[in-house]
Design a protein around this ligand. Structure first.
Ligand code: CP3
Length: 355
């Protein structure tokens, strides 16, 4: 039996249940802006080894919780563990981002993809989840995650990060049935992967659709939202007698929030280009919202950070169902004290919105 949760504000807010204040965590909260993260990564040798060593992945997961009064921990891993497990050859070159040695570009490449057993090929991730749950000892809930099939697909087809998505968009418009087969394959792998994380102890899961916003509205529905909806429909939504909430985050997806609310997710991530009040009207209180401070606000001094936190809280307004977060990952060159200013401001300024 796992320890009872001492702080369940995050899970309750995701289900739009009453909380005395707004819970808060940060996307990429374990990362390079923390000197202790850089030290542990050096100890591991490189980023991938850090992900693949459960005790060290646990250590960096817990580091931000030692500094800040956060209401959730997020598994330390990456969305590219799936292409790695599919044998496509993943490398992270320092300062260059990810590279995939054998990109998937043809119908034949797609047919050759192996199926995935997450408890075998991605066992190190489940081991990390189990170690983190044990070490958290019920302090806050643990978030598991995966990339959306479309977003992981962009790396798999392009072979790395991309500006114009030349190859995958060529496939989308020129050979759409091939792309659909690839996305269906990634959807099966991602569903099994997230269900394995839930079985191992993840108490909420988030799907990162970082590049969904690069699609036209019609292509977004057909090539990204459709597959995320299929994943949501097939997730195990309860564990330990509690609901396991699902968060969908499409960066740049502000115009599609109403469609996303039909996916069956409990909550939607919102980036800083959409006002939370507008987002709330769009989803008509069907789902909770997570976001959406511009991560670059953390370059400003603490007084300015506090003012912007106040603005985000006011934009959501009175009532429950808001999880405070950045609108995207924290930048690697932000001073750690500035993250503290943000978290403290959420603790101090949010209670009046819950009375
Ligand atoms: O949020 C957390 O603290 C958990 C860890 C986490 C990482 N990656 C660790 C990481 C999460 C949730 C991710 C998700 C991820 N990975 C996304 C989607 C979220 C987003 O930010 O939009 C994407 C697109 C990736 C793919 C990826 N991983 C890229 C493009 C890069 C290189 C770019 C960069 O930021 O350096 C990574 C590397 C990566 N993943 C790092 C971390 C901490 C930096 C690696 C390092 O330590 O050098």
């Amino acid at each position: 039996m796992s320890a009872p949760l001492k702080n369940d504000l995050f899970l309750r807010a995701l289900l739009r249940e009453p909380t005395p204040r707004t819970p808060v965590w940060m996307m990429r909260q374990a990362g390079r802006y923390l000197p202790e993260y850089r030290a542990t990564r050096a100890q591991a040798g490189n980023f991938l080894k850090l992900c693949m060593t459960p005790d060290l992945a646990c250590e960096v997961t817990l580091q931000p919780l030692r500094r800040y009064a956060l209401d959730a921990a997020i598994l330390f891993s990456d969305i590219l563990t799936i292409p790695h497990a599919l044998g496509l050859g993943l490398e992270f070159e320092a300062g260059e981002g990810p590279r995939i040695d054998r990109p998937v570009r043809s119908a034949r490449d797609i047919d050759a993809l192996p199926s995935l057993d997450p408890e075998r090929e991605l066992r190190y991730v489940m081991d990390a989840v189990r170690v983190i749950r044990r070490e958290l000892d019920g302090k806050v809930p643990l978030i598991g995650f995966a990339g959306s099939p479309w977003t992981v697909g962009t790396y798999v087809v392009e072979g790395g990060s991309s500006k114009n998505f030349q190859h995958i968009k060529g496939m989308l418009y020129g050979a759409p049935s091939d792309l659909h087969r690839l996305l269906a394959h990634l959807t099966r792998a991602t569903t099994d992967y997230l269900n394995a994380q839930i079985a191992a102890g993840a108490q909420a899961v988030m799907i990162f659709d970082t590049w969904g916003g690069a699609l036209s509205p019609a292509a977004y529905r057909e090539f990204s939202l459709h597959y995320m909806t299929e994943i949501v429909a097939n997730l195990h939504r309860a564990a330990d007698g509690r609901r396991v909430p699902v968060i969908l985050f499409t960066k740049g997806g502000g115009a599609w929030l109403a469609d996303m609310a039909d996916s069956g997710a409990d909550a939607l991530g919102v980036d800083w280009t959409t006002d939370l009040g507008t987002a709330r009207l769009a989803v008509a209180d069907r789902v909770a919202l997570q976001g959406n401070l511009d991560p670059s606000v953390l370059y400003a001094p603490p007084a300015a950070i506090r003012a912007e936190v106040g603005r985000v809280l006011a934009s959501f307004g009175q009532g429950h169902g808001h999880v405070f977060n950045l609108g995207h990952g924290i930048h690697p060159d932000v001073p750690p004290e500035h993250a503290a200013a943000m978290v403290d401001a959420v603790h101090e300024l949010s209670p009046p919105y819950h009375r």
